[in-house]
Design a protein around this ligand. Structure first.
Ligand SMILES: CC(C)(COP(=O)([O-])OP(=O)([O-])OC[C@H]1O[C@@H](n2cnc3c(N)ncnc32)[C@H](O)[C@@H]1OP(=O)([O-])[O-])[C@@H](O)C(=O)NCCC(=O)NCCSC(=O)C[C@@](C)(O)CC(=O)[O-]
Length: 302
């Protein structure tokens, strides 16, 4: 399969990237981060989540952040929604897309959203129907698609099963998520192929964490299957609060560097993206997790 000539990246930094931060990041900083990402050419940004503030306090300012962003035409703004209550709050903020999130692991489903996989699908069913009735696009995330912090390795059949259930309730796109970054290229390809049994190549994305340093290799493996949509997080921010030890998503800057180096178009200005990553890293008081951003920043200083 020839590699795709263009790739769409969704920056999940404001949501996945920041949800696990111990220090509360003010809404104004999140809003500025979204602004910088869209200035850099990101066409889709996962802004926040409408989950319980008791479970994820960092996202408690969801409505404030959604109200504060300066929306640009051509940019899509998505939010995570775990249930009807979350959807009702989210819809008031007019996202373009919602993301419902299930897992290929029962244990992770319980820890993350306090219900079984089957129960989560039943919770999502009315949410998906309501969102689609309002012309919102509905993505689904399949967590632990390769490995789970509680159950270990996950068979591709379990990914296929969740993808099938998501398809049945009307979810339009699935993200195959290596939540704890244990995947290696062939395992990731098997997980993607499992989801591809129920979704087309235009309806699937890769969501890779970089805990074991495999995320770029996994991105290339996904490209080789024809997958052309990926989540990534500026400065490699992030981690899931219910996947202890898992580090952030693959850094958007690293993915852009990889893709541009291979002649694949992203529409993103890497230098402006590096600025966005530097902005949030400075705010958090630590170095960027992006190797490419660090190299480019150092080059600028010399
Ligand atoms: C799903 C629940 C809410 C179930 O949590 P629960 O405790 O079972 O919910 P409940 O329905 O029994 O309600 C309990 C309380 O929560 C409130 N509540 C209930 N729902 C909401 C809501 N939507 N927004 C605000 N409040 C809510 C509800 O009002 C009630 O409040 P109380 O009466 O006690 O004051 C909880 O488990 C939760 O919020 N989990 C979210 C965990 C999370 O955000 N994880 C990180 C995102 S997933 C991720 O990062 C993975 C991903 C997507 O990136 C892909 C990957 O890498 O794997």
């Amino acid at each position: 399969m020839p590699l795709p000539s263009r790739v769409k990246l969704v920056d999940v930094g404001p949501r996945d990237g920041l949800q696990n931060e111990k220090q509360m990041v003010p809404a104004a900083v999140k809003i500025e981060l979204v602004q910088r990402l869209q200035n850099a050419g990101l066409k889709e940004i996962e802004v926040t989540s409408f989950v319980s503030p008791k479970w994820v306090p960092q996202m408690a300012d969801n409505a404030e952040v959604m109200a504060g962003i300066a929306r640009q035409p051509g940019v899509r703004y998505s939010v995570l929604v775990p249930n009807q209550q979350g959807f009702e709050a989210a819809q008031k903020t007019q996202p373009d897309e919602i993301v419902v999130f299930a897992a290929a692991s029962e244990a992770f489903s319980q820890r993350n959203i306090n219900c079984s996989i089957a129960e989560s699908i039943e919770r999502f069913r009315p949410v998906v129907a309501a969102a689609r009735a309002q012309n919102m696009y509905v993505r689904g995330a399949i967590s632990c698609a390769v490995g789970c912090p509680y159950e270990g390795e996950i068979a591709p059949e379990r990914v296929a099963q969740v993808a099938r259930l998501m398809r049945e309730i009307g979810v339009q796109h699935v993200g195959v998520a290596d939540t704890i970054g244990v995947g290696t290229p062939l395992k990731v390809q098997r997980a993607l192929e499992a989801a591809l049994q129920h979704y087309g190549l235009d309806e699937i994305s890769g969501h890779f964490h970089d805990t074991y340093g495999q995320a770029l290799a996994n991105t290339l493996a996904a490209l080789q299957l024809g997958v052309w949509q990926f989540d990534a997080s500026v400065a490699g921010l992030g981690g899931c609060p219910y996947a202890k030890g898992a580090t952030g998503n693959v850094a958007t800057e690293d993915v852009v560097y990889l893709l541009h180096g291979m002649g694949i178009d992203t529409g993103i200005d890497l230098e402006l993206l590096v600025d966005a990553g530097q902005f949030i890293s400075d705010y958090l008081g630590r170095k960027s997790n992006s190797r490419a951003a660090t190299a480019l920043w150092t080059k600028r200083l010399n």
